[in-house]
Design a protein around this ligand. Structure first.
Ligand SMILES: [Mg+2]
Length: 189
């Protein structure tokens, strides 16, 4: 069954976006992935190894640049969540101020247990939001993971952020939600 997944994913990726065929293949991939799922942390580890990002198996406070990069990514994603909820508000000013703090403020001393605790809280709240919005978070994570892995080969920019390569196939989250019974997005088809 594991061998089937890559060819099924390739079929899905070759199908035109926003078609019934694509949605059926997306459903089939999601079903197979459910049956042969690695943990989410294993998937993210795979992504880090592919891009030569740091991977550690002992609790560690990394150097300031690594802390800054993680802070930058978390702030970026947090503001993207807020922008999806309040799309009319102009976030540019506050985003650039937060970006300045992340680049210029002194890092640490980092309390690792406190940081790990807050990251767990963030994860908990994120999953709670998925529960309340009624979607299968794992299927969406799988789709985002697939898209992130397709960034292979393009390397990283000077800040260490993964660059999008020519094989990059963006995440089709709308198809994943439709496979879960979402009726919206008709105007996009
Ligand atoms: Mg907290």
């Amino acid at each position: 069954m594991t061998d089937l997944l890559p060819s099924l994913r390739a079929l899905r990726d070759a199908a035109p976006r926003d078609t019934a065929e694509r949605d059926t293949l997306t459903r089939a991939v999601a079903e197979l992935e459910r049956r042969v799922r690695p943990t989410f942390q294993e998937q993210v580890t795979e992504f880090h190894r592919a891009l030569d990002f740091p991977v550690r198996d002992t609790p560690t406070v990394p150097d300031d640049d690594e802390v800054r990069l993680r802070a930058r990514l978390i702030a970026e994603e947090a503001f993207e969540v807020l922008a999806a909820m309040f799309p009319v508000f102009d976030w540019d000013n506050i985003v650039s101020r937060v970006r300045y703090v992340v680049e210029a403020a002194r890092v640490g001393p980092v309390d690792l247990p406190a940081l790990a605790h807050e990251l767990a809280d963030l994860h908990y709240v994120t999953s709670g939001t998925a529960v309340q919005l009624g979607f299968d978070e794992r299927a969406v994570l799988n789709e985002v993971h697939r898209a992130n892995l397709s960034k292979f080969g393009a390397g990283k920019d000077h800040r260490g952020k993964a660059l999008k390569g020519s094989g990059f196939v963006p995440a089709d989250v709308a198809a994943v939600l439709r496979a879960q019974g979402w009726q919206g997005g008709e105007e996009l088809r």
